[in-house]
Ligand binder design. Structure first.
Ligand SMILES: C[S@@+](CC[C@H](N)C(=O)[O-])C[C@H]1O[C@@H](n2cnc3c(N)ncnc32)[C@H](O)[C@@H]1O
Length: 201
């Protein structure tokens, strides 16, 4: 059991892929250098929200993108789903400090299905998460169930995440699960990849 953020990061490095990014080291995710380089607002703009959507963010960690998503949902609603309740607590703090109180928080394992009804969400956003999920196919299948037909499934993957997966791997995961590839933008340092749930099975 890691006791400090150093132990936690070393443990994560040894267990690459199989273990979640440790909540003890959450401050690294929210650091100002990352914020300046990756511009979370610009990334969230890429989802193309109109402001009325129901959005699920899977693996928000301490909320690096969550505040930017909430800011764009004038009449919509954001739900956060993360394996680690400690991460949800940190994200809640960020959101409340920014004045966003109508956000859902659910702790759970994304590989074991999401506790939401069918066809609930207009968009699901996963940044630096899918590579940590033990059964990625099950996760994507379950997202297909809770997204509305035509709903968006959006991935952001970036260096230096050791669990980063490629656009080709994302397509291999999503396309067999009834998602249509929309586009992929980025460069060698980052990928932003959008899929749309097919209108019918
Ligand atoms: C590397 S962090 C990324 C956090 C945030 N998206 C960001 O980019 O700053 C990965 C997050 O996904 C969560 N996570 C990892 N595996 C998960 C799983 N199987 N189910 C739900 N959440 C998971 C971790 O707890 C952690 O908060």
């Amino acid at each position: 059991m890691p006791t400090t953020w150093v132990d936690a990061l070393l443990h994560k490095a040894r267990e690459k892929g199989a273990s979640p990014y440790p909540h003890q080291a959450a401050f690294f995710l929210n650091n100002p250098v990352r914020r300046a380089l990756s511009k979370p607002g610009r990334i969230v703009d890429g989802i193309g929200l109109t402001g009325t959507e129901r959005v699920l963010e899977v693996g928000p960690g301490p909320g690096f993108y969550s505040v930017e998503i909430a800011r764009r949902l004038t009449y919509g609603r954001l739900d956060l789903f993360d394996l680690q309740p400690e991460m949800l607590q940190k994200a809640r703090r960020q959101l409340e400090q920014a004045g966003f109180h109508d956000v859902g928080f659910t702790a759970g394992q994304a590989a074991e299905g999401f506790p939401f009804p069918d066809n609930t969400f207009d968009a699901a956003f996963l940044a630096a998460v899918i590579g940590e999920v033990p059964d990625q196919r099950a996760c994507v299948r379950s997202l297909g169930r809770i997204l509305k037909p035509g709903g968006q499934l959006v991935f952001a993957e970036a260096f230096p995440d050791p669990d980063r997966i490629s656009v080709a791997q994302l397509r291999d995961l999503a396309e067999p699960e009834n998602f249509e590839f929309v586009d992929a933008t980025g460069n060698r340092w980052r990928d932003f990849v959008r899929f749309r749930k097919a209108a019918s099975n």
